[in-house]
Design a protein around this ligand. Structure first.
Ligand code: PEP
Ligand code: MG
Length: 603
């Protein structure tokens, strides 16, 4: 922190102050002021060229130098990774080093330069294409996963041939704010919040994986800025205001001062909420709602405790599959889950089986290149196809249930056959464990995410199949309003208070309660204080959110009676547009919390 302050002081004294202001989508609250680290993730463009015979040797030398530089860079990154932290990442770097040094890549490219008289970039690209083609023909997950490693290595050499810089988040060793066109899940998984103080990206929406990661890391972030990466230069000063989506590049001294004060106020406000930790999450007339936490990684457990979560309502396990060369084994899954479960007990941990695909792709399994991944082979669909991989995880979850209360939840179920098939596989996993003599909770509860409109429409049937529902509004809104949740251009249509969404939620709560099911919500909508009275009024039993939102939501919850919430919901459902509903709820909130709701519902 001290170092971060020093950087800001340094930056204040810089001569060139431009005060460039851009507004995007604020996805993780708080304010960060610091130095830009521009992470260039754009692909290098090259021109294929024929070369004269006398320049062939020169071209080979240029290629060898680029390879040598790549080896040095990778070695440098490797030594900078703290071993205990980035163990898996280290393996990836080692693999990249092996490929870069490998005879196959070097001999083949040099031979092509010699034989075809073409430039190094073109020859390297030919090598890459040839290799990709031969990998395509092999139906082996592990081998096809190697394609991404080769692509990564080729891109690095290409960058060096073009004289461009190389970046890896793991190698950063001073406080910075990341500016990038986009961050991949592999990038965000490497973010160390002690060093990376915030980030801003050109693309993305409120519920894209980068946004969710920023909230779980509790660092300010703004996405969907369209072209911030073109305005940013490493070393320049930047202010990121995550609550209102404002970003200022090279601010004046006055602006920096203004935001430093704002940051202080923000921190004071957060601190003032801490007393709520010990108080019950209930309305003024005693109606209790369970406030739970969403987690992506076990590192968040501390924050869960700090914010008084009543268990984990959504544990997104897909992050276990990122930044690694091999699929996690049953034992690896088990160790991670056991640790979380033991930490959270006596409260419950809701483990969601992995939801890969969509905007969460991964390297080892390298999902099919799909035109529309959000609606493609992701989540449960992938699991039902890759039963072996799925069962490894299921057995591990079951084993973890022997160490504390666990529920299991399945993502993206769209109909009855899917949930029945899933349950059969789950039963098979139990049989396998019994035959191995391994103990697990025989009464383990199973639930499903309600995030596909078809499932919402047949909630009454589905309610007979499971023990609980949890509404995943991120996908539900994406699918029902037909807007890509990661596309910044249609972000204006992403309206959680759309009457269609509210009607669906109301319908599913009724169906769940008719069957005696618990129903919660774990999409980002659950953690937004503005929506709280409506969600309570709808009758939801549980709300699961990023840990930082829990106390903010609890504060609101404790100021309304259940009757008032029900009345607000009734009124809200009478409006035909999201804008009117939002305006109405905002006014109700502003009456009680004028200091928190003073900017209007649309900022
Ligand atoms: C959701 O879709 O609302 C959800 C919670 O799941 P994810 O964001 O992981 O898709
Ligand atoms: Mg989802």
């Amino acid at each position: 922190m001290a170092k971060f302050k020093k950087n800001v002081e340094e930056l204040k004294n810089r001569e060139k102050l431009k005060d460039v202001r851009i507004t995007g989508i604020g996805v993780s609250s708080g304010i960060a002021i610091g130095k830009i680290y521009y992470l260039d993730r754009t692909k290098v463009k090259y021109t294929p060229r024929f070369i004269r015979s006398e320049t062939v040797e020169n071209e080979i030398r240029r290629f060898k130098e680029a390879v040598k530089k790549s080896i040095n860079q990778l070695s440098e990154v490797k030594v900078k990774i703290p071993p205990e932290k980035y163990n898996e990442f280290k393996h990836i770097i080692e693999a990249h080093l092996l490929i870069t040094k490998g005879r196959m890549l070097n001999d083949d490219t040099i031979k092509t330069i010699k034989d075809e008289h073409i430039n190094a970039e073109w020859a390297l690209k030919m090598f890459q294409d040839k290799l990709n083609k031969s990998f395509d023909a092999i139906e082996d997950e592990y081998l096809s996963g190697r394609v991404s490693d080769i692509d990564y290595v080729v891109e690095r050499i290409m960058r060096n041939l073009a004289g461009k810089d190389q970046e890896s988040l793991a190698g950063i060793d001073e406080d910075v704010i990341i500016v990038a066109h986009d961050l991949s899940p592999a990038d965000t998984a490497q973010i160390d919040r002690n060093i990376i103080k915030g980030f801003v990206t050109d693309v993305g929406g409120k519920t894209s994986h980068t946004a969710i990661m920023a909230r779980s890391l509790e660092i300010p972030a703004v996405v969907g800025l369209e072209n911030v990466s073109q305005n940013a230069k490493s070393g320049d000063c930047i202010i990121v205001s995550g609550s209102d989506g404002k970003v200022i590049i090279n601010p004046t001294r006055e602006v920096i001062k203004f935001y430093e004060e704002k940051l202080q106020q923000y921190l004071d406000k957060e601190r003032n909420l801490l007393f709520l930790k010990e108080l019950s999450p209930m309305t003024t007339d005693g109606h209790e709602i369970r406030l739970m936490a969403n987690i992506e990684m076990p590192q968040e457990l501390e924050s869960i405790e700090e914010h008084g979560a009543q268990g984990i309502g959504l544990y997104r396990t897909e992050f276990l599959y990122l930044n690694r060369r091999k699929l996690p084994t049953e034992d690896e899954h088990f160790e991670v889950y056991k640790n979380v479960v033991e930490h959270i007990k006596p409260e419950i941990t809701t483990i969601r089986t992995f939801d890969l695909g969509g905007d969460r792709f991964l390297s080892p399994m390298e999902l099919a290149n799909e035109l529309n991944p959000a609606m493609g082979l992701r989540a449960i669909r992938f699991c039902l196809k890759e039963v072996g991989i799925f069962k490894d995880q299921l057995r591990a979850i079951l084993r973890a249930s022997n160490f504390g209360p666990v529920r299991v939840m399945f993502p993206m179920i769209s109909g009855i056959e899917e949930i029945r098939q899933t349950k059969e596989i789950f039963e098979d996993a139990k049989v396998e464990l019994r035959s191995r003599g391994v103990a697990f909770d025989e009464g383990i509860k199973i639930g499903m995410m309600m995030e596909v409109p078809s499932a919402m429409a047949i909630a009454d049937f589905l309610a007979k199949e499971v023990d609980f529902f949890s509404i995943g509004t991120n996908d539900l809104i994406q699918y029902s309003l037909a807007i890509d949740r990661v596309n910044e251009h249609v972000n204006y249509l992403y309206e959680p208070l759309h009457p269609a969404v509210l009607r669906m939620i109301k319908g599913v709560v009724t169906s769940a309660h008719m069957e005696g099911l618990t129903i919660g919500m774990c999409g980002e909508m659950a953690g937004e204080p503005l929506y709280l009275p409506i969600l309570v009024g709808m009758g939801l039993d549980e709300l699961s959110m990023n840990a930082l939102s829990i106390l903010r939501v609890k504060k609101i919850l404790r100021s309304f009676s259940y009757e008032e919430c029900r009345e607000i919901t009734k009124q809200a459902l009478l409006f035909p547009t999201a804008k009117e509903i939002s305006q109405y709820v905002f006014e109700e909130m502003a009456k009680r919390f004028p200091e928190d709701f003073n900017d209007g519902p649309y900022q």
